[in-house]
Design a protein around this ligand. Structure first.
Ligand code: NAD
Length: 497
């Protein structure tokens, strides 16, 4: 990667500099001396150009048959397969997660592309009988226009693909603003779609900050849908900004996910799940297992096994195949982690391992932190309620199944939950009673697949879902069509007796 590599905005099918003439740097969180590239620090003027271009392109894109639109997405899926390794490596350099996980991130974009391209020949509506003779009726999806997408850094290609692919196949055009920490992975995705023949203006990308690009984008009167993934605080601001113009607003926000470990659980399996869910992506997943509620009869043994494994995790540069956990994304996120460690100690939780920033040797140039486990946490503590977004797991003892469910549901978020048990009745009871958008039995809180709905309840979401056919509901509106071929006036509800 050249040190001077300058990346541009993508507007109207061309890579262009920002009107501001300003740029920002993107550096490797595992080694901040490594410059990934220089990106456009755009503002409102770039957003206006991009939205106007997308609005114009919508006039023709919406009329292209969906199976033809889908052919471009199919080609992009194949092209992503060819470039998977390169894109994964660039993603590890850009955001720090280990190669196995960045390959998974690109794979998710591949899966979503194939899946949504398939929708080009489905996108099912309904045909129903009419209550009147000689009358036909059906429902069909229609696109909305320009869709704005604002995305976070933790799944830098997967999340943009979850939004872009369904939006395009439905016939919308797009302006995306990726997170400032990970613009390269979004650029790689956009470049791929461009190479596969997407018409000019259908997909546009503008890089820059939330206030200078995100804000004018979501408030622009020509934007019809805003699809946002990020923190709950910013999500609330997005929701408020969309309300006056009744924009369709789709929000995927924070999480405080729970694994429940019952006394009959296979503990080896539960520990595997807790390690993967708690420390995968350095705990920076919206579905991270940041709370483990363990039945008191299994508590001691679970803690022993879990802490032993957490201590052994190899932390470092994600490009090294030996490494199991990378750095935090940036200094501010690392400070948040350190702050929560202080809070947990002050609240009286038992710091069982970790708790420190790693600064020596290979760690000296990055944002590394030890895998950290707190024991004897109670549900009222801030470390048990607030999203930390780092390698910090709280283990909470409980006395019964009912109490575990109550603790599990006691937070403001509702993304993902899991139970480890050999008792089918308990598993089904938990499945019924956990108020989360995603639920697992004998598996960790992470691991969603692209063809089922993805999203959460309470402060995690606003009722919409990403992925699966549910994603089509975000990027289309229903039109009900009635065709009367009786040749006379027929009045529904009146002439049908
Ligand atoms: P963030 O909210 O800080 O930023 C998300 C995006 O919003 C970025 O592109 C950012 O530039 C933009 N933004 C920030 N302020 C803005 C403003 N005032 N107006 C418009 N746009 C603005 O979140 P993050 O730190 O990038 O990501 C971490 C958060 O994302 C966590 O809370 C995590 O749980 C959540 N997340 C949720 C899901 C999910 O599907 N539920 C998935 C991944 C991440």
């Amino acid at each position: 990667m050249s040190k001077e590599q300058v990346y541009k905005n993508f507007i109207g099918g061309e890579w262009v500099e920002s009107r501001t003439g300003r740029t920002f740097e993107n550096r490797n969180p595992a080694n901040t001396e490594e410059l990934i590239g220089v990106f456009q620090k755009s503002d409102r003027r770039d957003v206006e150009k991009a939205v106007a271009t997308a609005k114009k392109a919508y006039e023709t894109w919406r009329l292209i048959p969906a199976p033809k639109r889908a052919e471009i997405i199919f080609r992009a899926a194949h092209r992503l397969v060819e470039q998977k390794e390169q894109f994964a490596r660039e993603m590890t350099c850009e955001m720090g997660k280990v190669l196995a996980e960045t390959r998974g991130d690109v794979q998710e974009a591949i899966d979503m592309s194939f899946y949504m391209a398939g929708e080009g020949r489905r996108m099912y509506g309904q045909t129903t009988p009419s209550e009147l003779p000689s009358k036909f009726q059906m429902s069909m999806r229609m696109p909305l226009g320009v869709c704005a997408m604002i995305t976070p850094w933790n799944f830098p290609m997967a999340i943009p693909s979850w939004k872009i692919m369904p939006a395009l196949v439905c016939g919308n055009t797009v302006v995306i603003k990726p997170a400032t920490d990970t613009p390269l992975s979004a650029i790689n995705l956009v470049k791929t779609l461009d190479e596969c023949g997407l018409p000019r203006g259908v997909l546009n990308l503008v890089t820059g900050s939330g206030s200078e690009v995100g804000d004018p984008l979501m408030t622009h009167p020509d934007v019809k849908v805003v699809s946002f993934t990020g923190s709950t605080d910013v999500g609330r601001a997005v929701s408020e900004a969309c309300a006056p113009q009744f924009k369709h607003c789709h929000l995927e926000m924070g999480g405080k996910n729970v694994i429940i470990v019952m006394d009959d659980a296979k503990l080896d399996l539960a520990v595997d799940g807790a390690i993967w869910g708690g420390f995968g992506t350095t705990g920076q997943r919206c579905t991270a297992s940041s709370r483990i509620v363990v039945h008191k009869r299994a508590y001691k043994e679970f803690i022993k096994m879990f802490v032993e494994r957490a201590k052994k995790l190899r932390v470092g540069n994600g490009l090294n195949p030996e490494v199991e956990m990378g750095p935090s994304i940036n200094e501010s996120q690392l400070n948040t982690v350190q702050n929560y460690v202080k809070i947990g100690r002050k609240e009286g939780a038992d710091l069982l391992c970790g708790g420190n920033r790693l600064t020596k040797g290979v760690y000296s140039k990055g944002w590394f932190h030890e895998p950290t486990v707190f024991g004897d946490v109670n549900r009222k503590m801030r470390i048990a309620r607030e999203e930390i977004f780092g390698p910090v797991v709280s283990v909470i003892p409980c006395n019964s199944f009912d109490e575990a469910i109550e603790i599990g549901n006691s937070v403001d978020y509702g993304l993902s939950s899991a139970i480890y048990t050999q008792d089918v009745n308990r598993a089904f009871n938990a499945m019924r009673d956990m108020y989360t958008g995603i639920f697992y039995v004998n598996a960790s809180t992470i691991g969603a697949e692209v063809h089922l709905p993805f999203g959460g309840t309470k402060n995690t979401g606003n009722g919409h879902r990403e992925a699966g056919t549910a994603a089509l509901d975000v990027f289309s509106e229903w039109k009900s069509v009635y065709i009367d071929y009786s040749g006379k006036l027929q009045r529904a509800q009146i002439d049908n007796n």
